[in-house]
Design a protein around this ligand. Structure first.
Ligand code: HEC
Length: 157
């Protein structure tokens, strides 16, 4: 009986690991912050990546970056560098690393780490005033990161 209850509790736990793909805590960064292996195992969709980057509810990269290719998206910020030519400046592995966890490439960066679920400094549990229990869901899913990387790779001067 007890055994059955435990099993049911496990099945009811939130699933933070993508069906196919790597969990945020298991991503391997090289010494320079690059991530060689696809997070999802499925090639990214650049058009969807562009939509994610321009969407205030998803990546909202335009809050800090100007991107000429997204000229239809208004109010692009200037906190970070313009991303035109990012596909020339960085390899796909480097771009994946920057989006997954920018701090591994740029020490102390203010850019959010989009594929990170642990190691936050006491994030609040919504409205309770308590620290949230980790792991948290990452800001973007593995496939969304791959889509963003695919779009960044198209940004050539
Ligand atoms: C809060 C601001 C902020 C947000 C939001 C943000 N970034 Fe950044 N990003 C930065 C800053 C600042 C840098 C410069 C590196 C540093 O931190 O010193 C940077 C650097 C980069 C670089 C390298 C720049 C280059 O061309 O050489 C890429 C690529 C990048 N960001 C992609 C993204 C993507 C994709 C998103 C959304 C998924 C995003 N950023 C969201 C602030 C931001």
């Amino acid at each position: 009986m007890m055994k059955w209850i435990v099993t049911a509790a496990l099945i009811g736990a939130p699933v933070l690991v993508a069906a196919d793909g790597v969990a945020p805590a298991d991503v391997t960064f090289d010494d320079y912050g690059a991530v060689e292996t696809s997070l999802s195992g499925t090639p990214g969709d650049a058009a969807n990546g562009a939509a994610i980057m321009g969407d205030k509810k998803q990546g909202n990269c335009v809050a800090c970056h100007q991107i000429s290719a997204l000229q239809d998206v208004p109010f692009q910020g200037e906190v970070g560098p313009m991303l035109d030519g990012a596909g020339d400046r960085w390899t796909e592995a480097e771009l994946r690393g920057i989006v997954a966890n920018s701090k591994k490439t740029f020490e102390g960066s203010m850019m959010p780490s989009y594929f990170k679920s642990t190691g936050y400094i006491r994030p609040g549990d919504a409205y309770t005033g308590d620290a949230a229990s980790e792991p948290l869901a990452p800001l973007l899913e593995a496939q969304q990161i791959e889509d963003v990387v695919a779009f960044l790779a198209t940004l050539k001067e």
